[in-house]
Structure formats: C-alpha cells, structure tokens
Design a protein around this ligand. Structure first.
Ligand code: BES
Ligand code: ZN
Length: 690
C-alpha cells in the first residue's frame, strides 16, 4: 500500500463489504484501474459468504449515508415519452465508519480508520452511489443553505449496465466538503427510452380513447428507471413532488392525492410517511374520482368510473375490518386507481393509492379479493417491509394470509376457503416446477431477477405457514401476536432472521411445546411443504371437482352442470379438474352450456383459454386472440402463452399474436412473455405473474 504516486482507492467500499464492484473504473486513469484490479484479486466478491442482510440487487452504498427525503420536480412529456426535471436527494449520515470513500493520496497508507495519515493535502473524498437504469443524467450539484450550488462529478463505475440491476451512478462530493447532518444533492435528469417502470399509452389503449395515459410500476427494482435513488427496500424516505402534465389530465401519486384537485396541469404532492423506493408511483390520465366513504374512493377514467365505483363499493368496509384486526391504518386516505388493461399486475400496493387492473371489474364483485390483498399490504409490506428481495415472502405470503382473513370478515368463510384452497393447489403445481433451491421461504437469492423470484411460492407457501401457525396457536393468540409484530416493526425493513427471532420469542417460546423453532426454520430454509402444514379445503370446490369428474366420465350432460350456482372460482376449479384429453364435441358442448368463450370474468377466461390452448380447441382461438391483445396483466397472459407454446402446434401462432399485441403491453409484460416464446422448448420458469 505504501506506493508512491497518486492513486484513488475505494477503500471504504472494500472495508464495508463490497456494495460496489471494486474492479470499477474510478475514472482516473490506467494506473488507478490496475491498482483496483489488483485489489479485486485479493478480495473477490464471488468468494464472499452469502449475507442475508445485503441487497444483491442494488448498487447503492447505503451503509454510510442514506436518502431520507426526495423533492421531485418532473414534466410529463407524452410526445417524447420522457419524464424530465430533477430530484433533490436529502442525504443523511448513518454509520460514518462504513462510509464509502475515495482517498486521494500522495504516499503512505491508511490508518485503522481507513484514512491516510501522511501528506498534507490528503482528505477522504466521499461518494454516493445510486441506482439507475437508462437515466440520462444532465448534472448533479450540491446545494447549500444560501441557495447556491456546486457542481459535482458524476461517473459510471461500470462501463456497461447490468441487464437486471441497471447502471450504478457515482456522485463524488467535493474534497473540502465537511460531512455532517443532512446535505442535499440535486440531480437533473430525464428518463431513457423504454424505461422499465413506465408505460406510455396512446389514446387508443385507454377506455376513453381520446387522451394519452402513463403509469409507473416500480416494484421490484424499476424505480431506478425513473428516479436516481438508492433503490433498495432497506432505505425509507419521505417525498414531495411537483408534476406538470398536459392540460386536462390528472396526476396521482403514492402520496396525498386530493380528490378535489383542479385539473390544471400542475400537481403538488407530499408523502409524509417514509416509504421504500419500490412504492414510488405516478400515473397521469384523464381521470375522475368517486368516493366510497370518508377515507376511501376510486380514481378511474370517466367511462369506467361508475362500474368501478359499484364493483369496489366494499372498500371502506374492508379498511374498517382491517383496522379492527391489525390496528390503525397509518396512511391517511386509502384510494384505488383503475388503470388501463395493459397494467402488468392485478394490483400494486402503492401507499394511499392501490393501482388495479380493470380486469377485476367482473360486474359481480367476484374478484375484489385483490383489493383486500393490496389494502392488507398497508400493514404487511408497506408498514413492515422486506429488507431484501429474498425476504419478499414477508410481504406477499403474509399479505395473502391477511387477505384471506379480510375475505372472511367481509364475505364468508366459504369464499375465503375457496381462495385458500386454490392457492394451495397452485403451490403444489409450483413445487413441481420451481427449483428446490428457490422453494425455501427465504432462499439464497443473490442472482437472477427479483421480478421472477420464487415464481409465486413466496405467496402460497408463506400463506400456508401463517395459516398453519394460526391453527396451532389459535386465532386469538395469533391475532394478538400479529398486532404486536406490526407495532414492533412499524416503518422498518426486516430480514427473515428478524422475523424468526421475534416469532420465536413472542409466539413459539411464549407458548412452549406448540411449535418448535426447528419446524419454523424448516419452513424458512428448506424446500417443499413441511408435514405439519394445515391443508385448506373447500366444500364448494370439492363439489365442482366432482362435477368435473362426472362430466369427464361422460356421466353428466353439460347442461346439467350447476355452474350457475357456483362462484367463479368454483368454475375455475371445475375447468382445472377436467382431463387433458376431452373430445372436441364435449368441449364445444361445455363451452356453450357455460358461456366460456368471451366470458367477462377474467379468472374464468384465464383458465378457459389456458385449457382451450392445451386441448387445441380452435373455436375459442379468435376470442383468445382478442383476450391476449386486450390485457397486459402477466397473470392473465402467461399461462395461455405457455400452453400455446407447449401444445406442439401453436408456437408460431402464439408468436404472431404476441408480435401483434406487443405494443399494447407494458415493458414488464414483454419481459415476462418473451422468454416463453423465444425458444423451441420454453423454460419452466419465465417470469412471475402471481
Ligand atoms: N406487490 C404485488 C405485485 C408485484 C409483485 C409487483 C412482485 C412486482 C413484483 C401485489 O401486491 C400483488 O401481489 N398482486 C397480485 C394480487 C394477488 C396475489 C391477489 C397480482 O397482481 O396478481
Ligand atoms: Zn401482494
């Protein structure tokens, strides 16, 4: 180390456990790079033990300093399809010993604290590494109290972006800058073409057909494609935003939307509760508002607002039921936003404003469990968050469990059990396709893509664990435990290990002999379903399954199938229970008796078109094509495309439909479907659609 000559070294980064690539180009010439490469040889990242607290999907050097607050100021430019403006990051120091710093040295080596001890002008140069994807950064400046700004050096430590994680951005603070308190960095930027979070819709893809629409989807790691930030759930910040739109359009965010806002093209938001970056959200469109109750309402295009208001009328009651179970709703208002059909998910729990697919508007309220799910995330996920993407089961598994509880309160046990049982069947299917190393609730997860993750195991197995714990400890005990859990970890991001310790102390050890810690560890760290799982069942699904067996055996004529008395989920189960070989006339008879082709219920349609593709039942194909073109929700599309790709005859047709529909899809939908159609024998795991 006592080398003569100027060099820069990412000393702090190496000490802090390699949050950044130590082989990175530090921007000061070949000799420097050589030195860094030598350092890489000494401490290869790949040889490191897996660290469950580390976010392997973020470049941000959050150990020393974290973003506490963001001021956003963005113009929404539909013509160029960019967001353009600036973000002011308010950055605070956390653990100074872990600061990433670059050291400028003439000679000598670092002392124990990592600072150079010899040479007069030697000072550490601190830098902030942020996540980004495709952002065009125009400049970065350090703001001072008096309104002045100093220009900062921006560099890209890696020559090329990582296909999943994007491109790290390093901002160096001035050599003479005294780190203290909270300082502000302004970054002027615009989003790149094809930003992974954003969908820009032409008027044809909206309900009204006259105005453009745009929306973001930040989960899992796409916030970095529209805001330069520390894109990890471990960091929470508050935000303010000014959003400018073309006249007549309304902007809404995961913040304090004002139902009475004038639609004047300039919107001001503030989000006083700290949130992780994956909950940053913005949508702009020709939107109106309808209230449900004093704290709840729905935003939608005027053409679908009445249908949406009717479909989701139970939202206020759900909110009240949730508070009675898990404690006060901490976020102020709870509103819904109905997006155009290209929205890639069923719902997204953006705080104060859940984003929803319009495919939930079935006309009979039969699909509102997605609202229960997104609302429940206000506790499991938004209040207590996953520390890393490996811990996502804490959000999704727990939320599936809470969703079931809400469905029981608002509707009845039968309906909740239908959903639990179908989820359990899905889990059994998933365990046949998801590799064993991703079947643990908390797997080793340091490569791959957080959007694919465990392909849905985290939802169903997580739910099954909580249903099982509830059963073993009794409902009153488990409810009290959960309330304590939310209170204890409110506004924090936690690891599975923190969950394990807390649960051990407050549930398992508090009631000895009921559920040993080793059993809980088996759920968390081992594949498959442990023996003590409490398997759900549903009498109505069993009846539908029996009807399927009777029909398949030729015993029952289609017009005697009592589908009119079934819930849509029972029809789903009926269809799923039919055999792989069914005569075309029988399928056709079923179709006309149950009105399947062209059905308005998206869950029935999903199952029907998947089965139709498996059976190569061509009369359904024109309607199937319309369905595939209309929706962008991954869950609705993926099984149908998979069945087409695998049925031995229709891969080319599926590719044609996809090529034609692609412009209607969000970038995340394209990313999820493309691999299914890209290869002759498609991979078993493409991308999640929960
Ligand atoms: N947070 C998820 C959506 C999500 C997950 C987006 C992973 C990106 C990556 C949301 O809460 C969700 O689970 N949606 C489900 C609803 C269902 C389980 C009731 C969906 O979209 O289908
Ligand atoms: Zn969820």
């Amino acid at each position: 180390m006592g080398r003569i000559g100027a060099f820069l070294l990412l000393a702090g980064v190496l000490l802090a456990g390699c949050e950044a690539d130590p082989g990175a180009d530090t921007g000061s010439g070949a000799a420097v790079k050589q030195d860094a490469v030598e350092r890489t040889g000494e401490a290869p990242v790949t040889a490191e033990a897996y660290d469950p607290a580390r976010d392997y999907f973020s470049f941000a050097n959050r150990d020393g300093m974290t973003v506490r607050h963001i001021e956003l100021d963005l113009d929404v430019d539909f013509e160029r399809q960019v967001l353009r403006g600036y973000a002011i990051l308010h950055v605070g120091l956390t653990d100074p010993a872990k600061l990433a710093w670059l050291q400028e040295a003439e000679s000598g080596g670092p002392d124990d604290a990592g600072r150079t001890t010899t040479g007069d002008a030697l000072r550490p140069v601190y830098s902030l590494t942020l996540d980004s994807r495709g952002l065009q950064i125009e400049r970065a400046s350090l703001l001072d109290e008096t309104g002045g700004a100093r220009s900062l050096t921006v560099s890209r430590p890696d020559a090329a972006p990582d296909p999943v994680r994007g491109h790290a951005v390093r901002i160096d603070l001035p050599v003479d800058f005294e780190l203290a308190g909270v300082f502000r960095i302004r970054i002027d930027y615009q989003t790149g073409p094809g930003a992974s979070a954003i969908m820009w819709l032409p008027p044809e893809l909206t309900a009204g057909g006259e105005h453009p629409f745009m929306f973001t989807q930040s989960q899992s790691i796409h916030a970095r494609s529209w805001i330069p930030l520390q894109d990890t759930p471990a960091v929470r910040f508050t935000y303010d935003a000014v959003i400018r739109t073309p006249p007549g359009l309304l902007a809404v965010m995961s913040a304090d939307n004002d139902p009475q806002a004038q639609h004047d093209g300039e919107y001001h938001f503030s989000m006083p509760q700290p949130i992780p970056s994956y909950l940053m959200a913005l949508a702009v469109g020709h939107l109106d508002f309808a209230p449900f109750g004093d704290r709840t309402g729905v935003y939608a295009e005027p053409e679908i607002l009445p249908a949406a208001a009717a479909e989701f009328a139970d939202t206020q009651a759900m909110l009240e039921a949730a508070e009675a179970l898990w404690g006060p709703y901490e976020w102020g208002r709870y509103d819904l936003l109905i997006l155009p059909p290209s929205f890639p998910y069923g719902g997204m729990e953006n705080p104060r404003l859940s984003f929803l697919t319009p495919s939930l508007i079935a006309g009979d309220g039969s699909l509102v469990s997605v609202v229960a799910h997104e609302l429940a995330h206000s506790w499991s996920g938004n209040l207590v968050s996953n520390a890393t993407w490996r811990d996502i089961w804490l959000n999704e598994g727990m939320t599936n469990y809470l969703e079931g509880r809400l469905m029981e309160v608002i509707y009845d046990r039968e309906r909740a059990d239908e959903e639990r049982t179908l989820n359990y069947h899905d889990l059994l299917d998933l365990l046949g396709t998801v590799p064993e190393n991703m079947q643990a609730l908390a797997p080793r997860f340091d490569e791959g893509d957080p959007d694919v993750g465990q392909d849905g195991v985290e939802y169903r197995k997580g739910q099954l664990l909580l249903d099982t714990l509830e059963h073993h400890f009794t409902r009153p005990v488990f409810d009290a435990f959960l309330r304590g859990y939310f209170e204890n970890f409110a506004w924090q991001a936690i690891t599975t290990e923190q969950f394990l310790e807390y649960t051990d102390q407050n549930l398992l050890a508090a009631h000895p002999g009921v559920f040993p810690r080793e059993r809980l560890e088996a759920w968390l760290y081992r594949p498959g379903i442990p023996d003590e799982a409490v398997v759900p069942s549903s009498a109505s699904l069993e009846r539908a399954g029996a009807a399927a067996a009777a029909f398949a055996g030729g015993m029952s004529p289609p017009d005697e199938i009592p589908a009119g008395r079934w819930s849509p989920l029972a029809t789903v189960h009926f269809l799923q229970s039919l055999p792989a070989d069914l005569a075309p006339e029988r399928i056709a008879a079923l179709d006309s008796a149950l009105g399947l082709t062209g059905t308005g219920n998206a869950e029935i349609a999903r199952t029907w078109y998947t089965r139709a593709a498996e059976w190569r039942f061509r009369p359904a194909y024109p309607a199937m094509r319309d369905y595939l073109r209309h929706y962008g929700r991954i869950r609705l599309l993926r099984p149908v495309y998979e069945a087409l790709a695998r049925n031995g005859e229709d891969l080319d047709w599926a590719r044609e439909v996809f090529a034609d529909a692609r412009a209607n899809y969000h970038p995340l939908t394209v990313a999820a479907i493309e691999p299914i159609l890209a290869v002759e024998s498609p991979p078993t795991v493409a991308a999640a659609g929960h």
